[in-house]
Write a protein that binds this ligand. Structure first.
Ligand SMILES: [Ca+2]
Ligand SMILES: [Ca+2]
Ligand SMILES: [Ca+2]
Ligand SMILES: [Ca+2]
Length: 258
């Protein structure tokens, strides 16, 4: 039902939201398949927090950033961290540690969108305009950042929103280079597509075109939802074969019962 382009999505919102029967808060991370809760704010943090960037590693560990400075509970390691830090939550041990320190950027900033490339570089956006690697970037730009030497380059320009002020608040870069993103504002236009703050847009940089990836209308109308963190789950071909096989088995089981 909520699958976008044959895959599932991990996401966070900037306020309360409901997807199907799952109700969640701004500090939670959910997966749209189910949907299921994959990170539960009340269990993890000392106080109420808003997760504003998320990326899930191949081993299932969760990279995240928050909108304010925050602390994990003692049960989860007690880590105190800043809104410009990227934290790694280890799903095997239940302990969180720093993945990349805000201090490494050489300035105080709030990361509000984050995606990890296969070469180890970050593609990120900040909540305010910030200088990275000696260049000023806008909060609607996406910056490719090399954590090994602190160099940065423009990955996506805010100017592609047709001159409108836009704050990108969620990003995931797909293996083929296409960009899934969300903004803090409604009614922006990118690549010919007009969208809302709770939509996820799929942008094709080579073509300069965009299409809807996941629509805000999937959520219950109870809340006006703004997506503020996204990670698109890769789905290997083998999983599809497995799924088909399972569907086949279910079919056989049903026939046997009948
Ligand atoms: Ca959030
Ligand atoms: Ca942050
Ligand atoms: Ca931003
Ligand atoms: Ca948004």
């Amino acid at each position: 039902m909520n699958m976008a382009h044959g895959t599932s999505i991990n996401l966070s919102s900037s306020g309360p939201a409901t997807l199907d029967t799952l109700h969640f808060a701004d500090g939670d991370i959910i997966n749209t398949s189910g949907p299921t809760m994959i990170f539960y704010e009340n269990e993890m943090f000392e106080g109420a927090e808003d997760i504003n960037a998320v990326h899930v590693l191949a081993n299932g560990n969760i990279l995240l950033s928050t909108n304010g400075d925050a602390q994990f509970t003692a049960t989860h390691g007690g880590l105190v961290f800043k809104n410009g830090d990227i934290v790694e939550y280890n799903i095997s041990t239940g302990i969180a540690g720093l993945y990349y320190e805000e201090d490494g950027f050489g300035t105080n900033l709030n990361i509000d969108a984050f995606s990890l490339l296969s070469n180890g570089h970050f593609v990120l956006s900040t909540n305010s305009d910030e200088i990275l690697g000696g260049t000023l970037y806008k909060n609607g730009d996406l910056v490719e950042y090399d954590p090994t030497d602190g160099t940065a380059s423009r990955f996506f320009s805010e100017s592609l929103f047709g001159g409108a002020n836009a704050n990108i608040d969620a990003v995931h870069v797909l293996p083929n280079g296409d960009i899934v993103l969300s903004t803090e504002e409604d009614c922006l236009t990118l690549g010919g597509l007009t969208f809302k703050d709770g939509d996820l847009v799929l942008y094709h940089p080579e073509l300069g075109t965009a299409e809807m990836f996941f629509a805000e209308s999937n959520f219950s109308v109870e809340y006006d939802v703004n997506i503020d963190g996204v990670h698109v789950v890769p789905l290997p071909a083998s999983i599809w074969l497995f799924s088909s096989a399972m569907l086949g088995l279910v079919g056989i089981a049903r026939r046997k019962k009948a």
